[in-house]
Ligand binder design. Structure first.
Ligand code: MF3
Ligand code: CO
Length: 262
């Protein structure tokens, strides 16, 4: 059963996602060469608790941290560690919170200092594919329309779409039905209805689409060790354009204050 959320519920889920967005912007202040991913995690946890919310990933199926920090060839679910970010890295920071009984979930892939043009293009194309997926997520369309929009954009650019990991419904749980693949066929799959809340989260590889799970039981990496990018927004389906409940605006404000490449 896919939940249809009331206006009041969507307002709370928006608050949850706005807090996630602000947490990602707080993290953005510290992303630079020489910082450990563990420090990013500590900053995020403190920020979330200061705002009377609970980190949603911490303890989820035994996950040990607040953030997922996935560097370079890591796709998702990288565990914050003593790894020191270095110039030229990219790091996907994925964050979830529980607040007023509902969940927020969003992710952004940061460039650490200057990155190669090729990697920058991977980030840009992945981000664009998220926006195209959101455009396709309107009432009357189907789940496959979202996947098709993401996949066709990324494959045209020469990149590949991870199949095993998908977006999801969001609300009273972190992961609810439906699954939201980043590949698919137009006109196929569950019909989208006003009030459905879903996370769209393209995970796009520069090289081969295949992934491998690390022995830590969490980290997903590319099979060829080429880089992967990941952006995630939570949206509420509506007539016409979806309402985007998370935002990267706060991150962009940090960039304007502190400069893109620290
Ligand atoms: N945002 C992640 C996802 O949708 C959630 C990760 S939960 C964790 O897949 F426990 F793995 F961190
Ligand atoms: Co998610």
């Amino acid at each position: 059963m896919i939940a249809i959320r009331s206006e009041e519920e969507i307002e709370i889920i928006r608050q949850c996602n706005q807090l996630v967005s602000k947490t990602l912007a707080e993290v953005a202040k510290y992303v630079r060469p020489g910082v450990t991913t563990l420090e990013l995690d500590r900053r995020a946890e403190e920020f979330i608790r200061d705002h009377k919310a609970v980190p949603a990933f911490l303890g989820y199926k035994g996950y040990p941290k607040t953030l997922c920090t996935s560097v370079n060839y890591q796709v998702v679910h990288g565990i914050p560690s003593s790894y020191l970010l270095k110039e030229g890295d990219i790091v996907s920071v994925d964050c979830g919170v529980l607040y007023k009984g509902y969940y927020g979930d969003s992710a952004y892939t940061f460039a650490v200092g200057k990155v190669s043009d090729k990697v920058l293009r991977l980030l840009r194309v992945t981000y664009e594919s998220l926006l195209l997926g959101i455009e396709a997520a309107k009432e009357g369309n189907r789940i496959g329309d979202i996947g098709y929009a993401v996949q066709s954009h990324c494959e045209k650019a020469g990149f590949s779409v991870v199949r095993e990991m998908v977006g999801h419904g969001l609300g009273k749980s972190l992961h609810e039905p439906p699954e939201v693949p980043n590949y698919g066929k137009s006109g196929k799959g569950v019909k989208l209805k006003k009030g459905m809340v879903i996370c769209i989260e393209p995970m796009i590889n520069m090289g081969r689409k295949e992934i491998v799970q690390d022995p830590d039981g969490w980290t997903i990496r590319t099979s060829d060790y080429l880089p992967s990018a990941h952006f995630e927004h939570a949206i509420a389906v509506n007539k016409g354009k979806a309402e985007v409940l998370s935002t990267f605006q706060y991150i962009e404000e940090v960039y304007q204050l502190e400069g893109f490449n620290k």
